[in-house]
Structure formats: C-alpha cells, structure tokens
Design a binder for this molecule. Structure first.
Ligand SMILES: *[C@@H]1O[C@H](CO)[C@@H](O)[C@H](O)[C@H]1NC(C)=O
Ligand SMILES: *[C@@H]1O[C@H](CO)[C@@H](O)[C@H](O)[C@H]1NC(C)=O
Length: 254
C-alpha cells in the first residue's frame, strides 16, 4: 500500500528506455531558460494558500494519479480523507456529465511516532482508451470533487509524449515557483519524479503533517497528470529513535 503509489517497476525501466530512445534519436531542444535559484529558501507556512484543505466534511484531499499499468490503459487514483474512511469508489467516464463507469479501491493508514495519517485511498481504473480525456469524481455528498486527465497515447515508435522531470521539490516558496513554471508549459503531459518529495524528514520528529501539506500543494497538477514516482534518500525516513525500522513510512512507498 503506497502513500505515493509507485507505478509498476518495469514501467520505470520502460520509460527510461523510451526516453533514452527519444534522446538518442531526436533533439527535443531546451524548452526554457528557467533555472531555480541556488540559495536556500524557507518553507511555506502551514496556513499558506497552497496548503488549504478543500471545503466540505471529509472532503478528498491530496488527490494524485499515476500510471497503473505498462501500456497506459490504467490509472491509479489516490487521495486522503481525514475524518473517516468515507468511500474508496471512483466514478469516471469520457462524458463530464455522465460518469457511467466506476471502480472500487482500498484504503490504508499508518502511524509515525505520534502522527496518525488520514485514510489513504488507492483505486485503479482500467481498460482505458488511449489518448482520451477522462473525467473522474471522488468523495460523498457535498464533498464530491471532480478532476480529469488525458490517458497516454498507445506505445509505439515516434509517438510524441512530453514528460516533465522534477526532483527534490520540497515545499518552499521556490518549490511553488518551480511547480508554476512546470505548469506554464502547455505541452507537459506527465511528470517523471526523480525522488525527494516532501522533505518532511527535516522537521522535528519527521513531522508527517508536512506530507499532508505537500500532498495538498502538488494536487493542483498531480490530480490531472500522472506523476510517476521514484523514491529518494529523503523517503527513507530513518529515525530509529522515533519508530522501529519496520514502522518507517518507507514501507508505504514500496
Ligand atoms: C508530537 O510530539 C511532539 C514532541 O513532544 C509535539 O511537539 C507534537 O505536538 C506532538 N504531535 C502530536 C500530534 O501529538
Ligand atoms: C503559489 O503559487 C501559486 C501559483 O503561482 C499562487 O497562486 C500562490 O499564491 C502561491 N503561494 C505561495 C504561498 O507562494
């Protein structure tokens, strides 16, 4: 059960192979001269706009998607509910006003020192058509939230598909500028995330509340495009003085 569900491992290799193939064959060019400034900046405070909890009782938050199979016909939808489990069902379809398909997911939660996570839901939707806009809805009652994504094209030679590469994002004011820069590219279709997501581990007691803020921060993009994860050293969260090794959040990533 991954909090940030990893795509099936061979997919990563496949993507790497595709990427190397593309790089080897054509010149993608440099899309922008943007360089994030080198100086360290401070983290956005807990009451920042980007960390706002969505309105409504038990509203789904931290919504994010990742590719759910090797050829791009499945998507894993993940989100967190804070007050109670609620529903793990995803309604979806190609007609915004008629979400005629549904899938049932599962939820999990974990503890880290004195932090207890919300209910972390994962639901895989399968048999998707390629290169198609899907709408999806999660949540119950007045807290239903709707999103959309475009499924990847069919795998083949010379199929255009534009990935963003982001790593070490964190949650500083500059992280926000980096994400805004990525969003400003209208061609971007998916993110290959190179590890080191929230940097929650640099807080006292590895305050996992900073995982929740991070999830809310990236939702504005990660709910609409598959972010394909790899774990970095900051995901190890090794703190034997706080928790037994078997309880570190690492087990929630693998
Ligand atoms: C966890 O423990 C730390 C240190 O005692 C404290 O500052 C923090 O408020 C506690 N958090 C919770 C959720 O109890
Ligand atoms: C983060 O960036 C977004 C988009 O540019 C902006 O609306 C928001 O106010 C920024 N928030 C912070 C805390 O910098």
């Amino acid at each position: 059960m991954g909090r940030w569900r990893q795509a099936p491992r061979p997919l990563g290799l496949l993507l790497a192979a595709i990427l190397v193939g593309i790089v080897g064959r054509c010149d993608g060019g440099i899309s922008s001269a943007y360089v994030r400034k080198a100086e360290k900046t401070i983290d956005m405070p807990l009451d920042s706009d980007v960390f706002r909890v969505p309105p409504g009782y038990n509203a789904p938050q931290q919504v994010h998607i990742t590719q759910g199979d090797l050829d791009g016909t499945a998507m894993i939808i993940s989100w967190v509910t804070e007050d109670e489990p609620g529903s793990s069902e995803v309604l979806y379809g190609t007609d915004e006003n008629n979400l005629d398909l549904s899938a049932e997911g599962l939820y999990t939660r974990y503890k880290f020192y004195n932090y207890t996570s919300g209910y972390i839901h994962h639901c895989t939707i399968s048999n998707l058509k390629h290169d198609t806009k899907y709408y999806y809805a999660i949540g119950i009652g007045d807290a239903i939230r709707k999103f959309w994504f475009i499924s990847p094209p069919e795998v083949g030679p010379d199929v255009p598909y534009t990935f963003g590469l982001i790593g070490d994002l964190g949650q500083s004011y500059d992280s926000n500028i980096t994400l805004a820069h990525y969003e400003s590219n209208p061609n971007a279709q998916a993110v290959l995330f190179l590890g080191d997501l929230s940097y929650a581990d640099k807080y006292p007691y590895h305050d996992n509340v900073r995982w929740d803020t991070w999830g809310r921060f990236v939702e504005r993009n990660a709910a609409y495009q598959p972010w394909i994860w790899t774990a970095g050293n900051h995901e190890i969260d090794y703190a034997p003085e706080l928790v037994r090794k078997s309880e570190t959040p690492l087990i929630h990533y693998a």
